[in-house]
Write a protein that binds this ligand. Sequence first.
Ligand code: 3Y8
Ligand code: NAP
Length: 255
Amino acid sequence: MMVSQGSTIRALILGGTADAGQLAAEVARARIDAVYSYGGRTRAPADQPLPTRIGGFGGVNGLADTIRGEGITHVIDATHPFAAEMSRNAIQACAQTGTQLIALERAPWLKAPGDNWIEVTDINAAVAALPAAPTNVFLAIGRQHIAPFAGKPQHAYTLRFVDPPEGSLPFAADVIVSRGPFTLQSELEMMRAREIAWIVARNSGGDGARAKIDAARMLGVPVIMISRPELPERRRVESVTEVMQWLGHSTRLGA
Ligand code: 3Y8
Ligand code: NAP
């Protein structure tokens, strides 16, 4: 049983990623008083071993009100590197309320020998980077940001969503419904079966979405890689262990 050092901690974990789930398990094991938060993007998010809230806070002020109302002493931003609005709100709300903030953010994927990446800064640049001649394209960027690809309807698109699409898509496409994490074997099989010639991905980092990048290298498929949004300065670590140390706990060896 871990004993919390220092004053009483009540943590808010801004979650929604595999890393956030691993942190929740450690925090629960250490019996730290904490709340896990999902944005409410998917119909049935994975269960967490902590009391969980789902849905937006209502901007910076809503988050500040939640911090005050819930007596939160520490906020851990374990959201996805592309969840920029949530991260920016957390920085402002923690500054407003004088609450300690740390970001658990995985390192970006780095281009390895054999990778064929076209690095772009946003979705529109990704559309522009696609060829004109019709080909098979795998959009591994979820459902929130696919509309601009309607500008190049000549391609045979494969999309991958966590939940089945509601209503019509902005262009003809085949949708795979799967929440990941994904394996190299399953990515190779899918890409070979669909003769995928291009991939559009975001530099999410982490292991949950990495397999498609390794599969692309093995198959010699070019990847249009969208780089992460810039975020203001904040305390940032890449491991659950460092977050636990910041909370005044040392995780069990090798945990
Ligand atoms: C709701 C929680 C776990 C969590 C798994 C990680 C790994 C699989 C890779 C591809 C890329 C994508 C997408 C993706 C990955 C993990 C992780 C990760 C990418 C869940 C989850 C929530 C979401 C939201 C969802 C987004 C979408 C993005 C699909 C849960 C499963 C493409 C990001 O339909 C929608 O509106 C979905 C929206 C945000 C990006 C987008 O803009 O569409 N994730 N993903 C979180 C919430 O409500 O707060 O439902 O259980 C979490 C995971 N997604 O426990 O193992 O940790 O990164 N998720 C991207 O570009 O990388 C898939 O298909 O190859
Ligand atoms: P976003 O654009 O940065 O967030 C938009 C708004 O959604 C936020 O301002 C906030 O609403 C709400 N929100 C986001 N995350 C929340 C959370 N964990 N708890 C409570 N409210 C949250 O975020 P996104 O890119 O849509 O991602 C949404 C969630 O999915 C994130 O938690 C992220 O970790 C997870 N996810 C995202 C991706 C991705 O590719 N973006 C990949 C995997 C998982 P209010 O302003 O009303 O507070």
